[in-house]
Design a protein around this ligand. Structure first.
Ligand SMILES: C[S@@+](CC[C@H](N)C(=O)[O-])C[C@H]1O[C@@H](n2cnc3c(N)ncnc32)[C@H](O)[C@@H]1O
Length: 227
């Protein structure tokens, strides 16, 4: 597959485009088939499981600032993060990016005060119109061989100096990390081990646990890189 196969075999531009077409064709109808806000964000719910597994993202935000959710889907995580950080007196200004124009429309309806803060694009290539104090992502938004380049791009081009990249793994420690991800993604079982393997510095992390299904979330805090 692809070019530049000396060490890591990258996809050709066409293969990469096809990969994202398949990703969107898989996720978009699955999310749009539901009315519950967590299901429109790819999580089976109900609300208390959503809170257990998503609040660790908000727990990483320790000061006021702008927050970009990459892969914001219907904007529900942003809406919840505004509420969860407000409980600690922290004011967050939300922004969202997603591959899917239909998901972005839902997010704009959910957060109508912020319609101008939502963008359709692929984070692997998108050029942000500004920098953000906090940016959330997952490694599975790119094929395995792009993970390092992707994270470095976010660190150097998306974050304000001193900003934090929040990398979430919603299946930390899972026995079957291949489940629920597109072929070509790296099946990460332990987030901090994977980031160490990629040479990405981590300055902290927050965890969540859902006792109903025994699932774990880990969110790693990665500092902005030097441009
Ligand atoms: C599971 S939802 C995440 C919802 C919410 N942000 C959360 O953390 O629970 C994943 C979303 O990421 C989007 N996505 C995947 N890869 C992306 C990329 N490279 N750039 C932008 N959005 C991407 C998908 O379209 C999908 O809506």
């Amino acid at each position: 597959m692809g070019t530049k196969c000396n060490e890591i075999c990258m996809m050709t531009p066409n293969e990469l485009e096809d990969w994202y077409t398949r990703l969107n064709a898989w996720l978009e109808p699955a999310y749009l088939a539901h009315d519950e806000p967590w299901k429109q964000s790819g999580m089976s719910g109900p609300a208390d499981r959503w809170t257990a597994l998503r609040k660790p993202v908000a727990d990483c935000i320790d000061r006021a600032g702008s927050f970009l959710d990459i892969g914001c889907a219907n904007g529900y995580l942003l809406e919840c993060c505004l509420a969860w950080t407000a409980e600690r007196g922290i004011k967050v200004v939300p922004y969202g990016l997603d591959l899917s124009a239909r998901m972005i429309e839902l997010a704009q309806k959910r957060l109508p005060e912020y319609t101008e803060h939502f963008f359709v694009g692929n984070a692997l290539h998108w050029t942000p119109p500004q920098r953000f104090d906090f940016v959330r992502t997952e490694l599975v938004y790119v094929p395995a061989e792009y993970e390092r380049e992707y994270v470095e791009r976010l660190r150097t081009h998306y974050l304000t100096p001193g900003g934090w990249l929040l990398i979430a793994l919603y299946g930390e420690g899972a026995s079957d990390p291949e489940r629920g991800i597109l072929a070509g993604c790296h099946p990460t079982r332990h987030l901090l081990e994977r980031l160490a393997e990629l040479g990405i510095p981590v300055i902290g992390s927050r965890d969540g646990y859902d006792a109903v299904k025994g699932r774990r979330t880990r969110v790693a805090i990665v500092p902005a890189g030097e441009v």
